[in-house]
Design a protein around this ligand. Structure first.
Ligand code: PLP
Length: 368
């Protein structure tokens, strides 16, 4: 990224050679990101991150959908109870704007019932928005199957794959979906850079109007350094995918196994479902997540309570609530995130540190 902040500072839209050399690098990055998900380069729109991609997909798809007067007027959006706030908040705004939001619940392990999903699709459903891998529990939805049900009824699907792109093998040729949101920093790229996959011929209008960049779908001069960084991160993520997944999954299982065997009141949320190998969501019954996080931080262990954005609030996460997790477990739920850089030593440090740290809290806690 550094050369594009220091020397190669030309505007990629400029026709002079300096600009065109930068344009070339943006287009290389587009190909790298496209390759990560089996898309064509033309189907990638660079954005400022996952949140913008989600806003563009949902709002852009709805505003591009014209009702011809035949059949029912599209006015419903189907989503799940476990979406990220980037989806939930957009839908809340649309609800105030007279869209009807249908929400599908999940079971104790965070899974969706396919038959229930099919039953919730209506003739006037305009769009489906589904999270792929959950940011709190790591639970993975079978997007290919669910989107297939929607596709059979001609309903476009947006997938929030911010957590899974770069970690799980994704091939959009196997997914009957129109839009996929991605974010570079979830696979070691720079923060503030993302992309939206827009299937060829999918109907979508821009949110940001301007100079016609990104094939008219996102006005504004590109964040070249960010885009270049995202491209390289995409390529790195694919280079040793299977080996990384295998190694990190073993570390995650070591962490969960170690904690469960030494802490009798620990529960792994979403354990019965297929999960992303980088996420461990563990509820410590009767304790408060915030208090655990403070002690963990003192021990130089970085973790989060539920969704990062809701850390600091005492409300248990909407995801765990939707799963019907007991409140005493949900209040004490901690999310440990691993990556390709996690080591056995780090995992063993957490497993060795936690029991002593929690016994300090249980001694203090009035709840237990
Ligand atoms: N969707 C999911 C599932 C996420 O985990 C996140 C970020 O944590 C986002 C969307 C938002 O992405 P960004 O922070 O790049 O805007």
């Amino acid at each position: 990224m550094l050369p594009f902040l220091r020397e190669a500072y030309a505007n990629p839209s400029s026709v002079h050679q300096f600009g065109q050399s930068v344009r070339h690098r943006v287009e290389v990055a587009r190909e790298q990101v496209a390759r990560l998900i089996g898309a064509a380069a033309k189907e990638i729109v660079f954005t400022s991150g996952g949140t913008e991609s989600i806003n563009l997909a949902i709002r852009g798809a709805l505003s591009a959908r014209r009702w011809t007067g035949a059949g029912s007027r599209p006015r419903r959006i189907l989503t799940t109870a476990v979406e990220h706030s980037a989806v939930l908040r957009v839908l809340e705004v649309l609800e105030a704007d007279e869209w009807i939001i249908d929400t599908i619940g999940v079971d104790q392990d965070g899974r969706i019932e396919e038959a229930e999903f099919a039953a919730k699709l209506a003739d006037d459903t305009a769009l489906v928005s589904l999270i792929h891998a959950n940011n709190e529990t790591g639970v993975v939805f079978d997007v290919a199957r669910l989107a297939g049900i929607a596709a059979d009824r001609g309903i476009p699907v947006h997938v929030d794959a911010v957590q899974s792109v770069g970690k799980l093998p994704i091939d959009v040729t196997d997914w009957p979906v129109q839009f996929v949101s991605m974010s570079a920093h979830k696979f070691h790229g720079p923060k503030g850079t993302g992309a939206l996959y827009v299937r060829r011929r999918a109907r979508i209008s821009p949110l940001i109007h301007g100079g016609g960049q990104e094939r008219g779908l996102r006005g504004g001069t590109e964040n070249v350094a960010g885009v270049v960084g995202m491209g390289v991160a995409a390529e790195t993520a694919t280079s040793d995918h299977a080996e990384t997944a295998h190694r990190v999954r073993a570390l995650r299982d070591r962490l969960e196994g170690g904690i469960l065997s030494s802490i009798p009141f620990a529960h792994v949320n979403g354990r019965g479902a297929e999960r992303l190998y980088t996420t461990a969501n563990i509820g410590f019954e009767g304790l408060e997540a915030e208090a655990i996080l403070i002690l963990l931080s003192e021990a130089r262990i970085c973790a989060s309570a539920g969704a990062a954005c809701s850390s600091g609030s005492l409300e248990p996460s909407h995801v765990l609530k939707a799963m019907g997790i007991d409140e005493r477990i949900a209040h004490g739920a901690i999310r440990f995130s691993l990556s390709r850089f996690s080591t056995t030593e780090e995992i063993d440090h957490v497993v060795a540190t936690l029991p002593g740290l929690l016994s300090r809290l249980t001694a203090l806690s009035m709840n237990r």
